[in-house]
Write a protein that binds this ligand. Sequence first.
Ligand code: NAP
Length: 299
Amino acid sequence: MAQTVGVIGLGIMGSPMAKNLLKAGFQVTVFNRSRPKMEALVKEGARAAGSPKEVAQGSEVIITMVTDSPDVEQVVLGPGGAIEGVARDGVVIDMSSISPRVTREIAARLAERGAHMLDAPVSGGQGGAINATLSIMVGGDKAIYERCLPVFQALGKTVTYMGGQGMGQVTKLINQILVANTLNGVAEALVFAAKAGADLEATLQAVGGGAAGSWQLANLGPRIIKGDFAPGFMVRLQQKDLRLILEAAREMALPLPATGLVHQLYAALEAEGRGGEGTQALVRVHEKLAGVEARVNKR
Ligand code: NAP
């Protein structure tokens, strides 16, 4: 079993994930492009590295948790990237949400070096990363997946093997179709509730335990009605995922009409400069269309 784990990318997700690896007893080496984000982890016992290559040199398993496909390419394949330091038989686990096609390309480059790759994107949000309750969907070689299970178990509650290279990322896209369309339903329903004069807190309580209940409603409904639009999961990252979904659908000649609509509604938010807000800010678009705000305690 691997004792040494590296984490590249200490954002909203990567930072608490690195903390949970330390808590589980792994020796953890971290790297973040903006150096100050490494300080909190070093205080908790992690070693700071100067580059992804240096992370790879000291780690049997190297986790990447960065933004998009080009970012994973950069930290793995770019100058000073993990590929320059990874041992033969070492494992890179990309836990970012990126393109399945790019995942397979990166895996092929690592294989030329005798190293392995798993794609293991996650769901469960910032809270899931903090509490080690993430859902982790994994693609790649099954024996390598089994070797890395203790690492996954330190980070999440539901770990599912989904098949060959790229199938973890495919599953994440499926997850995001569900997330985006469910949240759009939550936003539309709360604007309807506000216009109809319903008590918004009582509404969440009344419908949350029945057939309409969902993670989106339970976690983001209360934030919407309080006007809390801090991220969690940023609009611009959701847009990245929706773009990946629509690209994959286009390659399969598959129509996704509702998902396409949600992508456009988020584009309206981005046009207002709100890409850094949490995904729950989607309600703002519906509020603008309806001329009513779904908010409690308005002054
Ligand atoms: P975030 O807070 O924006 O963090 C992104 C991290 O990636 C930062 O550490 C950033 O470094 C680093 N990074 C980005 N581009 C880079 C590059 N080219 N070279 C080196 N480092 C780079 O994002 P996050 O919310 O943690 O999300 C990370 C991934 O998890 C994304 O793929 C996202 O879709 C996925 N995800 C997020 C959530 C969620 O709820 N937040 C849930 C599930 C999955 P700097 O600090 O220098 O900018």
